[in-house]
Ligand binder design. Sequence first.
Ligand code: APR
Length: 255
Amino acid sequence: MIPDLCHRAARDIAGAHHIVALTGAGISVESGIPPFRGPGGIWEKLDPMEYAHIDAFMRDPGRVWRVLIADMKTLLDQARPNDAHMGLVRLERMGKLKTIITQNVDGLHQAAGSHDVIEFHGNFAWQRCLACGRRISTTDVEMAEMPPRCSCGGILRPECVFFGEMIEPVNLSRSRDAAARCDVMLVVGTSAMVQPAALMPTIARQAGATVIEINFEPTPLTGQVAHYSLLGEAGATFNAILAALEREFQGDRKG
Ligand code: APR
């Protein structure tokens, strides 16, 4: 089943001219970053409304920093791109992949070498002072005090989109445009539970794109919005698709 689907994905990619990827936490699991949902998900242990909602952060920023953000900083400091991130870079270099819409804040697509990355939920690389608005690189944040503070004394917050906050309008409009323009959308490692990001595959499908899902387990897209789903780990699945794609291209050249 999976080899057949890998071959089908390779064929669709070979015929595509404008691929857009929507990625989620699952693509970074093999880089050592736990997902939010699914096996080992952070939200199995913590209530997102208690730790990832802007009201919770404003009520008690020290608690959110201690329980969630500090660990995230340690994990993200160490994380490196994996085969799935590199697979998307290879598709870009082939001239196939144009844009990545990522829900991740880990910066691993850019670290891998992808160029057009829309960070739908912001990024963790920067912190912003709630008092003076100054931006500070996350690597420079002094972690001795919780919550960490700016030199002006204000509390720092990551430049990530918390629940209850708006998506940056330019990110939303660019993502909608990209979804509407693609001929293939690759949906990788997202539970498709969080809106409006989860709407992008529907926009792509309604505009006529083939929607291919790569995920460890079925999601609300499976058998619905996705034309087909490759159920497995993202890195190994990308390697299998790319191997099939190389065979496909060789076949084209011979033919
Ligand atoms: N390969 C592929 N998929 C995987 C892997 C893997 N190695 N490991 C886990 N997955 C799957 C999980 O089974 C799950 O279906 O990836 C999906 C990850 O889903 P979520 O954790 O919900 O991540 P995401 O969809 O990006 O979450 C959306 O929710 O809490 C918020 O702001 C957070 O951006 C995040 C948003």
